[in-house]
Ligand binder design. Structure first.
Ligand SMILES: [Zn+2]
Length: 460
């Protein structure tokens, strides 16, 4: 008998945590934080509903903080590893966890200085020391290598697109196969290999972020080109909030290619303003085994934006602040992707009131986030306790998202040669989950469940 407990990402797209008990082993698959509304974020502070010291291992599908950000807290609570990851995920986490710690510390300091936090004093969710300690627990396992957790209990990582290092995980518990999809990427992304697919699963946990949406036809690259060109024509600033890992690099890749074909002026200044995104650029450029393109093509294509003459990689805080004084036209790519923190907030305060600005969304905006409120048409928003009018042009390119749409998810599941006993839909808001459940039932006739947070199921 095996038991699976859903501890996050149920009816929401963050906080992925699934506790699997099998073969006398307790394994946590993904260890993410909740992001979005304050109600969701508040949940991060409550103790996990299991004894952290009795946990045998953690397996992480990919580096995004909503799948990994709870790890430093778990370490603080006494968990001593191992944490299994793919080698590129280990590389990304080496930047991502300390960066998250830095942001938490910075936000806490800022909140204390300005006095806008409800918590006095505001404390960071974890600090640099906790992040460093968590990194010592990582145990890289190659893609497609079968690793043993306990007698009769093994697992395997396979590529799933989405971001560098991202995997879906198949756990083999005796004769049962439990597949955790992680976040399923789109096909034909230039800087990542296409997602692989599972051949069989007795139980499938499937993400459903875009379960109710189809990405529009047409080239996202061309759409990006149009948005930038129109803003440049009015000498405005294109502000692109992007997840520091994955989205930011893909956006830069497209911008560089648009410069080469003349859609975007070759001397248009492009600022990548996020220390984490800048570090991830190096990792993307060096992880050649993960790209579809050959090394030479990569260099010719100018994939490493470091080599782009008008691309400025901004690590330094003062340099970031100096951007406030610059006039357009220019492009600023900055994190976080859902406007939940980071340097993008300072740019928004400066640029949102300006009708010449284009705020361009290229990733999913979760309910409760500032990004969702602006995308929903808010005329005024609060940033760092200040009221900011929204006069900028707001645009979205959903096809640039790191997530497969409903069609992509159905296609991915369609690779299974035999029906799973149950498909558990996770990592999606209720309308997305319901739409995907209906689509899977009608196309395959499979049993689909939408687990509640805290729910436990027996896997026979
Ligand atoms: Zn992700």
């Amino acid at each position: 008998m095996a038991t699976l407990r859903f501890l996050g990402a149920c009816g929401t797209v963050t906080g992925s945590k699934f506790l699997l008990e099998a073969n006398s082993c307790r394994i946590l698959v993904d260890c993410g934080v909740f992001q979005g509304s304050s109600e969701l974020r508040e949940k991060n502070w409550s103790a996990p509903p299991f004894d952290t010291q009795s946990l045998d291992a953690v397996i992480l599908t990919h580096a995004h903080i909503d799948h990994t950000g709870y790890l430093p807290r778990l370490g603080k609570a006494g968990f001593s590893g191992p944490v299994y990851v793919t080698p590129p995920t280990a590389g990304l986490l080496g930047y991502l966890l300390p960066d998250a710690a830095h942001l938490y510390e910075e936000d806490a300091r800022y909140a204390n200085r300005k006095g806008f936090s409800r918590h006095r004093p505001a404390l960071p969710f974890f600090d640099a020391k906790d992040a460093t300690a968590a990194l010592t627990l990582l145990r890289p396992v190659e893609f497609r290598e079968r690793a043993e957790l306990a007698p009769g209990l093994t697992f395997e990582f396979r590529r799933v697109g989405h971001i560098l290092g991202a995997a879906f995980v198949t756990v083999h518990a005796d004769s049962r196969q439990i597949v955790f999809s992680g976040d399923v990427g789109q096909r034909n992304v230039p800087i990542l290999k296409d997602p692989e697919t599972p051949e069989s699963a007795d139980y499938l946990l499937l993400e459903s972020t875009y379960g109710d949406r189809l990405h529009p036809e047409g080239s996202p690259r061309e759409e990006l080109g149009r948005a930038v060109a129109e803003t440049v024509a009015r000498r405005g600033v294109v502000l692109i909030p992007a997840f520091a890992v994955g989205r930011a690099q893909e956006v830069l890749y497209h911008l560089r290619s648009l410069q080469r074909d003349g859609t975007v002026p070759v001397d248009l200044p492009i600022y990548l303003d996020s220390p984490m995104a800048v570090s991830a650029v190096d990792l993307y450029c060096s992880a050649l085994a993960e790209h579809d393109l050959e090394m030479e093509q990569l260099q010719n294509a100018g994939l490493c934006p470091i080599e782009g003459p008008s691309v400025h990689l901004v690590r330094d805080r003062d340099e970031s602040i100096a951007l406030n004084g610059r006039r357009g036209p220019m492009v600023i790519v900055s994190a976080s992707g859902m406007l939940s923190g980071g340097r993008i907030l300072h740019h928004l305060k400066r640029r949102l009131p300006d009708p010449e600005t284009t705020l361009l969304f290229v990733g999913f905006q979760a309910a409760g986030t500032l990004g969702r409120r602006i995308l929903g048409g808010a005329h005024e928003v609060r940033i760092h306790g200040e009221s900011v009018p929204v006069r900028a042009e707001i645009r979205e390119i959903p096809a640039l998202s790191a997530h497969a749409d409903q069609h992509g998810l159905i296609e991915w599941a369609n690779a299974l040669t035999t029906p799973p006993r149950v498909v558990y839909l996770v990592h999606g808001e209720p309308p997305a989950r319901e739409a995907l459940a209906a689509a899977i039932r009608s196309k395959f006739g499979w049993k689909v469940a939408a687990p509640r947070e805290g729910e436990a199921v027996e896997l026979e």
